[in-house]
Design a protein around this ligand. Structure first.
Ligand code: GUN
Length: 289
């Protein structure tokens, strides 16, 4: 292996330490950031993710509430829970874990969250702020990828970044954040012919496809930074990403592993977003006449 590892676990620890310090500073002003996490249904993977998010809040001194509902919950009931949390002064961030059961309209649910509490950054308001280059809450996974890129010390200005994946939650916001950092950005997806022709010229590759081993050594430029957003399972049931780690690590300059890469960073940035929402709410209260 020649690539250096982008250790998401260690970097997330640093970010969470910084969050904990700012949480302590906010506590002196009588405010404790609060995150509400809503889980509908009994998807086992979602239950694990939600548990990890709630535990991370506790570890960093944030207040958190977890609400679990049966898969049969009606949309009206879910929207009314969100309305109650929107009005709750102890809650600064609301996260509805995705995917939702099929009878619930994810778009309507996300749009019901008050923009100031949209710590996932999935709403049209948050997406619009990002698109326009205005301040706002950014989706945690691409934000975590940006922190990992920052940790390499490599300037992104003028670098060619290839994002593989065009989801609203990762691919699109990732491309916008890279643009904002002055990278030259190509967005590829399942319909892109000759993906390798794009990735081979990339200084940075962010793989967010959800297909195991799709980025191989032959597709990577020597010395490139490779960030793996995928969460898949191999034949043995072991967690793995979208990148053929062993092969690509022989070519790349930097590579993020799965597990221990983007996953812990996503949680750290969710806490950071919740803190940011609480700080803004505290400032607004302070300024009120
Ligand atoms: N499901 C998988 N990742 C996420 C996430 O970042 N936020 C939400 N709300 N649901 C998810």
């Amino acid at each position: 292996m020649t690539a250096r590892t982008l250790d998401g676990t260690a970097l997330a620890r640093t970010v969470r330490g910084e969050v904990a310090e700012r949480v302590a500073a906010l506590a002196l002003r009588g405010v404790r950031p609060g995150l509400a996490v809503i889980l509908v249904g009994d998807d086992p993977a979602s239950a694990v993710y939600v548990r990890n998010k709630v535990k991370a809040c506790e570890d960093s001194g944030l207040h958190s509430v977890q609400e679990r509902y049966a898969a049969s919950m009606t949309e009206a009931d879910l929207l009314s829970r969100i309305a109650a949390l929107n009005a709750d002064p102890l809650i600064h961030g609301i996260l509805v874990q995705m995917p939702l059961p099929r009878h619930l309209d994810a778009h309507r649910v996300i749009e019901a969250i008050a923009p100031a509490k949209d710590v996932d950054g999935f709403s049209v308001h948050s997406a619009g702020q990002l698109m326009a280059g205005l301040p706002g809450l950014r989706p945690a996974t691409p934000l975590g990828c940006m922190k990992m890129l920052e940790s390499t010390g490599v300037s992104l200005r003028g670098q060619h970044a290839v994002v593989i994946g065009r989801s609203n939650t990762v691919g699109k916001p990732m491309a916008l954040l890279l643009l904002q950092a002055h990278a030259t950005v190509t967005v590829c997806h399942s319909g892109t012919p000759d993906l390798a022709a794009h990735t081979r010229s990339a200084d940075i590759v962010v793989a967010a496809v959800g297909r195991r081993g799709m980025l191989t050594a032959a597709m990577v430029k020597p010395g490139a930074i490779v960030i793996d957003v995928g969460i898949n399972r191999d034949e043995a049931g072991k967690l793995c990403g979208d990148v053929d780690f062993a092969g690509v690590a022989e070519v790349a300059g930097w590579i993020s592993p799965v597990p221990g890469g983007v996953g812990p960073m996503t949680i750290a940035m969710l806490l950071s977003n919740t803190l940011q929402a609480a700080e803004l709410a505290a400032a607004a209260t302070h300024q009120a006449p």
